[in-house]
Design a protein around this ligand. Structure first.
Ligand SMILES: [Zn+2]
Length: 304
Protein backbone atom coordinates (compact mmCIF):
# COMPACT_ATOMS: atom_id res chain seq x y z
CA UNK A 1 0.00 0.00 0.00
CA UNK A 2 1.07 3.58 -0.51
CA UNK A 3 1.88 4.30 3.10
CA UNK A 4 5.37 2.86 2.88
CA UNK A 5 6.60 5.30 0.22
CA UNK A 6 9.89 6.81 1.34
CA UNK A 7 9.83 10.50 2.10
CA UNK A 8 12.86 11.02 -0.09
CA UNK A 9 10.94 9.80 -3.12
CA UNK A 10 8.13 12.25 -2.41
CA UNK A 11 10.74 14.98 -2.24
CA UNK A 12 12.18 13.95 -5.59
CA UNK A 13 8.71 14.22 -7.10
CA UNK A 14 8.16 17.63 -5.54
CA UNK A 15 11.45 18.86 -6.96
CA UNK A 16 10.65 17.48 -10.39
CA UNK A 17 7.63 19.78 -10.41
CA UNK A 18 9.79 22.88 -10.68
CA UNK A 19 12.39 21.47 -13.06
CA UNK A 20 10.45 21.45 -16.31
CA UNK A 21 12.44 21.35 -19.51
CA UNK A 22 10.79 22.30 -22.80
CA UNK A 23 9.71 19.35 -24.88
CA UNK A 24 11.16 19.39 -28.42
CA UNK A 25 8.65 20.79 -30.92
CA UNK A 26 9.16 17.87 -33.26
CA UNK A 27 7.92 15.49 -30.58
CA UNK A 28 4.31 16.02 -31.75
CA UNK A 29 1.37 16.08 -29.36
CA UNK A 30 2.08 16.55 -25.68
CA UNK A 31 1.58 13.16 -24.03
CA UNK A 32 -0.29 13.68 -20.76
CA UNK A 33 -1.33 11.21 -18.07
CA UNK A 34 -3.39 12.27 -15.05
CA UNK A 35 -3.65 10.33 -11.82
CA UNK A 36 -7.45 10.81 -11.84
CA UNK A 37 -10.22 11.03 -14.40
CA UNK A 38 -11.20 14.53 -13.23
CA UNK A 39 -7.71 15.95 -13.75
CA UNK A 40 -7.65 14.32 -17.21
CA UNK A 41 -10.92 16.08 -18.01
CA UNK A 42 -9.50 19.48 -17.01
CA UNK A 43 -6.35 18.76 -19.03
CA UNK A 44 -8.38 17.96 -22.16
CA UNK A 45 -10.38 21.21 -21.86
CA UNK A 46 -7.10 23.16 -21.76
CA UNK A 47 -5.02 21.17 -24.24
CA UNK A 48 -7.68 20.11 -26.75
CA UNK A 49 -6.18 18.57 -29.88
CA UNK A 50 -2.65 19.58 -28.86
CA UNK A 51 -2.47 16.79 -26.28
CA UNK A 52 -3.19 13.11 -25.87
CA UNK A 53 -4.44 12.45 -22.34
CA UNK A 54 -5.19 9.36 -20.29
CA UNK A 55 -5.63 8.63 -16.59
CA UNK A 56 -4.78 6.00 -14.01
CA UNK A 57 -7.78 5.97 -11.64
CA UNK A 58 -11.33 6.10 -12.99
CA UNK A 59 -14.28 7.71 -11.23
CA UNK A 60 -15.41 4.53 -9.52
CA UNK A 61 -12.10 3.99 -7.72
CA UNK A 62 -11.11 4.97 -4.17
CA UNK A 63 -8.34 7.43 -4.96
CA UNK A 64 -6.64 6.76 -1.63
CA UNK A 65 -6.04 3.14 -2.60
CA UNK A 66 -4.83 2.35 -6.10
CA UNK A 67 -2.69 -0.71 -6.67
CA UNK A 68 0.70 -0.17 -8.27
CA UNK A 69 0.55 -2.09 -11.54
CA UNK A 70 3.24 -2.49 -14.22
CA UNK A 71 0.67 -1.42 -16.84
CA UNK A 72 0.38 1.98 -15.11
CA UNK A 73 4.17 2.35 -15.16
CA UNK A 74 4.14 1.60 -18.89
CA UNK A 75 1.56 4.35 -19.38
CA UNK A 76 3.94 6.81 -17.72
CA UNK A 77 6.96 5.57 -19.65
CA UNK A 78 5.76 7.31 -22.81
CA UNK A 79 4.32 10.42 -21.12
CA UNK A 80 5.68 13.97 -21.09
CA UNK A 81 3.54 15.25 -18.21
CA UNK A 82 1.96 13.48 -15.23
CA UNK A 83 -0.70 15.38 -13.29
CA UNK A 84 -1.25 14.46 -9.64
CA UNK A 85 -3.79 15.55 -7.01
CA UNK A 86 -1.15 15.91 -4.31
CA UNK A 87 -1.75 16.40 -0.56
CA UNK A 88 -0.90 12.68 -0.30
CA UNK A 89 -4.16 11.57 -1.93
CA UNK A 90 -2.40 9.80 -4.80
CA UNK A 91 0.75 8.72 -2.99
CA UNK A 92 0.68 5.62 -5.16
CA UNK A 93 1.92 7.91 -7.94
CA UNK A 94 5.45 7.90 -6.51
CA UNK A 95 6.17 4.20 -7.19
CA UNK A 96 4.50 4.53 -10.60
CA UNK A 97 6.80 7.43 -11.54
CA UNK A 98 9.79 5.58 -10.17
CA UNK A 99 8.87 2.38 -12.00
CA UNK A 100 8.28 4.20 -15.29
CA UNK A 101 12.03 4.92 -15.58
CA UNK A 102 11.08 7.98 -17.61
CA UNK A 103 13.62 10.70 -16.85
CA UNK A 104 11.80 13.16 -19.16
CA UNK A 105 8.55 12.95 -17.17
CA UNK A 106 7.33 16.23 -15.67
CA UNK A 107 5.36 15.48 -12.49
CA UNK A 108 2.91 18.26 -11.66
CA UNK A 109 1.27 18.66 -8.27
CA UNK A 110 -2.13 20.19 -9.04
CA UNK A 111 -2.58 21.21 -5.38
CA UNK A 112 0.26 23.69 -5.80
CA UNK A 113 -2.01 26.75 -5.72
CA UNK A 114 -4.75 25.26 -3.53
CA UNK A 115 -5.24 26.42 0.06
CA UNK A 116 -5.92 23.15 1.90
CA UNK A 117 -8.75 22.84 4.41
CA UNK A 118 -8.56 20.88 7.65
CA UNK A 119 -4.79 20.90 8.05
CA UNK A 120 -4.23 18.97 11.31
CA UNK A 121 -3.18 21.14 14.22
CA UNK A 122 -1.62 18.18 15.99
CA UNK A 123 0.62 15.35 14.89
CA UNK A 124 -1.86 12.63 14.03
CA UNK A 125 -0.90 9.06 14.73
CA UNK A 126 -2.32 5.92 13.14
CA UNK A 127 -5.25 5.79 15.60
CA UNK A 128 -6.70 8.84 13.87
CA UNK A 129 -6.08 7.57 10.36
CA UNK A 130 -3.23 8.82 8.23
CA UNK A 131 -4.99 9.71 4.99
CA UNK A 132 -5.38 13.47 5.45
CA UNK A 133 -2.13 14.36 7.22
CA UNK A 134 -1.49 17.50 5.16
CA UNK A 135 -5.06 18.71 4.99
CA UNK A 136 -8.12 17.41 3.19
CA UNK A 137 -7.12 16.42 -0.37
CA UNK A 138 -10.61 16.30 -1.94
CA UNK A 139 -10.39 19.89 -3.19
CA UNK A 140 -11.54 19.51 -6.81
CA UNK A 141 -15.24 19.22 -5.91
CA UNK A 142 -15.22 22.94 -5.03
CA UNK A 143 -15.87 24.83 -8.31
CA UNK A 144 -13.99 27.80 -6.86
CA UNK A 145 -10.81 25.69 -6.83
CA UNK A 146 -11.00 24.85 -10.54
CA UNK A 147 -9.28 28.06 -11.75
CA UNK A 148 -6.26 27.27 -9.55
CA UNK A 149 -6.12 23.67 -10.78
CA UNK A 150 -6.44 24.75 -14.41
CA UNK A 151 -3.85 27.47 -13.87
CA UNK A 152 -1.32 24.92 -12.67
CA UNK A 153 -2.05 22.60 -15.59
CA UNK A 154 -1.83 25.46 -18.11
CA UNK A 155 1.50 26.57 -16.71
CA UNK A 156 2.84 23.03 -16.97
CA UNK A 157 1.70 22.61 -20.57
CA UNK A 158 3.00 26.06 -21.57
CA UNK A 159 6.39 25.41 -20.01
CA UNK A 160 6.70 21.96 -21.52
CA UNK A 161 5.41 23.01 -24.95
CA UNK A 162 6.13 26.78 -25.14
CA UNK A 163 5.30 27.20 -28.81
CA UNK A 164 1.64 26.47 -27.97
CA UNK A 165 1.50 28.49 -24.74
CA UNK A 166 -1.04 30.91 -26.22
CA UNK A 167 -3.32 28.06 -27.27
CA UNK A 168 -3.21 26.48 -23.80
CA UNK A 169 -4.04 29.80 -22.17
CA UNK A 170 -6.91 30.30 -24.62
CA UNK A 171 -8.16 26.77 -23.88
CA UNK A 172 -8.09 27.47 -20.15
CA UNK A 173 -9.87 30.80 -20.55
CA UNK A 174 -12.59 29.31 -22.76
CA UNK A 175 -13.18 26.46 -20.31
CA UNK A 176 -13.33 28.74 -17.28
CA UNK A 177 -15.83 30.93 -19.15
CA UNK A 178 -18.02 27.85 -19.77
CA UNK A 179 -17.65 26.88 -16.13
CA UNK A 180 -18.71 30.37 -15.06
CA UNK A 181 -22.06 29.86 -16.81
CA UNK A 182 -22.65 26.67 -14.80
CA UNK A 183 -21.52 28.38 -11.60
CA UNK A 184 -24.25 30.99 -12.09
CA UNK A 185 -26.78 28.15 -12.18
CA UNK A 186 -25.21 26.40 -9.15
CA UNK A 187 -25.20 29.69 -7.26
CA UNK A 188 -28.96 29.98 -7.81
CA UNK A 189 -29.34 26.65 -5.96
CA UNK A 190 -27.33 27.72 -2.91
CA UNK A 191 -30.42 28.78 -0.90
CA UNK A 192 -31.85 25.24 -1.31
CA UNK A 193 -28.47 23.66 -0.65
CA UNK A 194 -28.20 25.53 2.66
CA UNK A 195 -30.88 23.14 4.01
CA UNK A 196 -28.93 20.00 3.03
CA UNK A 197 -27.40 18.01 5.93
CA UNK A 198 -25.79 14.63 5.52
CA UNK A 199 -23.45 12.08 7.00
CA UNK A 200 -20.84 10.89 4.52
CA UNK A 201 -18.96 7.62 4.51
CA UNK A 202 -15.58 9.34 4.14
CA UNK A 203 -14.61 12.97 4.75
CA UNK A 204 -14.78 13.87 1.06
CA UNK A 205 -17.01 16.93 1.00
CA UNK A 206 -15.69 19.90 3.05
CA UNK A 207 -14.71 21.90 -0.06
CA UNK A 208 -18.00 21.08 -1.80
CA UNK A 209 -19.95 22.10 1.31
CA UNK A 210 -17.95 25.32 1.64
CA UNK A 211 -19.00 26.28 -1.88
CA UNK A 212 -22.65 25.28 -1.63
CA UNK A 213 -23.32 26.03 2.04
CA UNK A 214 -24.54 22.49 2.81
CA UNK A 215 -23.41 20.57 5.90
CA UNK A 216 -21.50 17.31 6.11
CA UNK A 217 -22.19 16.65 9.78
CA UNK A 218 -20.45 13.33 10.44
CA UNK A 219 -18.75 10.29 8.97
CA UNK A 220 -19.34 6.56 8.78
CA UNK A 221 -15.59 6.06 9.04
CA UNK A 222 -14.40 6.63 12.58
CA UNK A 223 -11.44 8.58 11.21
CA UNK A 224 -10.33 9.06 7.61
CA UNK A 225 -9.64 5.57 6.28
CA UNK A 226 -10.50 3.85 9.58
CA UNK A 227 -13.47 1.45 9.47
CA UNK A 228 -16.25 2.11 11.97
CA UNK A 229 -16.34 0.22 15.26
CA UNK A 230 -19.67 -1.12 16.56
CA UNK A 231 -19.73 1.63 19.20
CA UNK A 232 -19.17 4.30 16.54
CA UNK A 233 -22.05 2.92 14.48
CA UNK A 234 -24.30 2.77 17.55
CA UNK A 235 -23.50 6.41 18.30
CA UNK A 236 -24.22 7.33 14.67
CA UNK A 237 -27.62 5.65 14.83
CA UNK A 238 -28.49 7.58 18.00
CA UNK A 239 -27.32 10.81 16.43
CA UNK A 240 -29.19 10.34 13.13
CA UNK A 241 -32.38 9.72 15.12
CA UNK A 242 -31.87 12.56 17.61
CA UNK A 243 -30.86 15.18 15.04
CA UNK A 244 -33.14 13.82 12.30
CA UNK A 245 -30.25 13.70 9.81
CA UNK A 246 -31.95 12.73 6.55
CA UNK A 247 -29.05 11.37 4.44
CA UNK A 248 -26.09 9.00 4.61
CA UNK A 249 -23.96 9.38 1.47
CA UNK A 250 -21.42 6.90 0.17
CA UNK A 251 -19.21 6.84 -2.92
CA UNK A 252 -19.24 4.19 -5.68
CA UNK A 253 -16.36 2.21 -4.14
CA UNK A 254 -17.66 2.08 -0.55
CA UNK A 255 -19.39 -0.89 1.00
CA UNK A 256 -22.99 0.30 0.78
CA UNK A 257 -24.21 -2.28 3.30
CA UNK A 258 -23.28 0.02 6.20
CA UNK A 259 -25.16 3.08 4.85
CA UNK A 260 -28.09 0.82 4.01
CA UNK A 261 -28.06 -0.62 7.54
CA UNK A 262 -28.07 2.91 8.97
CA UNK A 263 -30.97 3.82 6.67
CA UNK A 264 -32.92 0.74 7.67
CA UNK A 265 -32.47 1.40 11.39
CA UNK A 266 -33.19 5.13 11.33
CA UNK A 267 -35.39 5.83 8.32
CA UNK A 268 -32.79 8.13 6.69
CA UNK A 269 -31.85 7.70 3.05
CA UNK A 270 -28.66 6.04 1.79
CA UNK A 271 -27.52 7.68 -1.43
CA UNK A 272 -24.52 7.27 -3.71
CA UNK A 273 -22.57 10.41 -4.58
CA UNK A 274 -19.84 10.18 -7.24
CA UNK A 275 -16.78 12.28 -6.42
CA UNK A 276 -14.84 12.00 -9.70
CA UNK A 277 -15.88 12.27 -13.33
CA UNK A 278 -17.22 8.99 -14.65
CA UNK A 279 -18.14 7.79 -11.16
CA UNK A 280 -21.82 7.47 -12.09
CA UNK A 281 -23.84 7.53 -15.32
CA UNK A 282 -24.03 11.04 -16.79
CA UNK A 283 -20.93 12.39 -15.03
CA UNK A 284 -18.39 12.35 -17.83
CA UNK A 285 -17.83 16.10 -17.52
CA UNK A 286 -16.93 18.01 -14.36
CA UNK A 287 -19.98 20.21 -14.83
CA UNK A 288 -22.29 17.17 -15.00
CA UNK A 289 -20.51 15.62 -12.01
CA UNK A 290 -21.24 18.64 -9.82
CA UNK A 291 -24.80 18.83 -11.20
CA UNK A 292 -25.35 15.18 -10.28
CA UNK A 293 -24.08 15.63 -6.72
CA UNK A 294 -26.27 18.71 -6.22
CA UNK A 295 -29.38 17.12 -7.75
CA UNK A 296 -28.97 13.91 -5.76
CA UNK A 297 -28.56 15.76 -2.45
CA UNK A 298 -31.51 18.07 -3.10
CA UNK A 299 -33.79 15.20 -4.14
CA UNK A 300 -32.87 13.14 -1.05
CA UNK A 301 -33.38 16.15 1.23
CA UNK A 302 -36.82 16.80 -0.22
CA UNK A 303 -37.68 13.11 -0.02
CA UNK A 304 -38.37 12.74 -3.73
ZN1 LIG B 1 -9.83 11.28 1.79
Amino acid sequence: MQRSIPRVLALVIALTTVAIRPIPAEAGKLQVVASTSTLAYFAKQIGGDLIDVGFIAGGNRDLHYIEVLPSYMLKLRKADVYLTIGLELDMWSAPLVDGSRNSRLHVINCAGDIVPMEVPQFKADARYGDLHRFGNPHYWVDPDNVPAICGTITKAFSTGDPQHAGAYEAGRDAYLARLQVRKAMWDSLKPQMADVRFISYHNTWPYFCRYFGCKSVGFVEEFAGVSPSPSHLAALIDRIRAEKIPIVAYEPFHDKRIPEMLAEKTGCRAIMLPSSTGGAPGTDTYEDLIDTIVRTLLAATKGT
